[in-house]
Design a protein around this ligand. Structure first.
Ligand code: AMP
Length: 271
């Protein structure tokens, strides 16, 4: 893989890289599209990374649809797909991990201990294997994009991190590989997440500046839809993810909650 990418670069091609866990949807494809626009050759990785899943999480059930994924990527046109085995990425004796930056501590870091350690480790490994000029990530996983950006800066990684907007269904639901776990009734419930984010943004536009008031309104919308298990409804500084008390400038609203047995996350900029 590295030889392929180095050969492209030796030809003067700008290389784009889109890391994914597969079960591809329009959200992933929008990253590929952005990479195709801005680069001369695009590589996509498909790897369900075990080290970013907690012991009680959905690693075993996570959708694996390699054939369909390759079909989609062939249709949009990418130069190379890297889909390694777990044994190739983590052979016997593997024991090196990346200590994630500070921005990995709250929110997902709090709810999913070890998650960003696994993310940073696999992303750093993938960047070594696919030495691209630019790597593309989605705002859907906003904290992840901050963590990867910070790691790239802190560790002097020689590539640019590009973050692309969240792709949604017409009714607002953010596309996610995990949406395919949802029953029709759960899918309707899940719409409350985007609704809560929209309401937060509208209230802010109407002049509400208290983060506590906005959080409580967003929680009410989730509860009203029957979503009981809320991991967090946060309004945070978009760079540090520190909780904000009063919205003096744009802030990020982030939600993580369980719909049935499926854990979903979403976010939106307020202001
Ligand atoms: P995943 O396969 O879930 O690890 O996601 C791979 C990449 O696709 C990550 O950078 C995600 O943030 C991005 N992504 C996932 N869902 C969406 C979406 N709905 N819109 C834009 N990007 C997304």
């Amino acid at each position: 893989m590295r030889a392929i990418v180095r050969a492209w670069r030796a030809e003067g091609k700008r290389v784009g890289f889109v890391p994914t866990m597969g079960a591809l949807h329009e959200g992933h494809l929008s990253l590929v599209e952005a990479a195709r626009k801005e680069c001369d050759a695009v590589a996509v990785s498909i790897f369900v990374n075990p080290t970013q899943f907690g012991p009680s999480e959905d690693l075993a059930q996570y959708p694996r649809t390699l054939e369909a994924d390759l079909g989609l990527l062939a249709k949009v046109g990418v130069e190379s797909v890297f889909a390694p085995s777990v044994e190739a990425m983590y052979p016997a004796g593997y024991s090196t991990f990346v200590e994630p930056p500070q921005v990995a501590v709250p929110l997902e870091g709090h709810c999913r201990p070890g998650h960003f350690r696994g993310v940073c480790t696999v992303v750093l490994k993938l960047f070594q294997i696919v030495p691209a000029d630019r790597a593309y990530f989605g705002q859907k996983d906003f904290q992840q994009s901050l963590v990867v950006r910070r790691m790239a800066r802190d560790l002097d990684l020689p590539l640019e991190i590009v973050v692309c907007p969240t792709i949604r269904e017409a009714d607002g639901l953010a596309l996610s590989s995990r949406n395919r776990y949802l029953s029709p009734a759960e899918r309707r419930q899940a719409l409350a997440i985007a609704r809560a984010l929209r309401a937060g943004s509208e209230e802010m536009a109407r002049g509400e500046r208290s983060a506590a008031a906005l959080r409580s309104m967003m929680r009410d919308i989730l509860h009203g839809a029957g979503i009981e298990r809320i991991d967090y409804v946060a309004i945070a500084d978009p760079e540090t993810l520190d909780e904000v008390a009063t919205l003096k400038r744009p802030a990020m609203a982030l939600i993580a909650c369980h719909v049935g047995t499926t854990r979903l996350i979403d976010n939106a900029m307020l202001g």
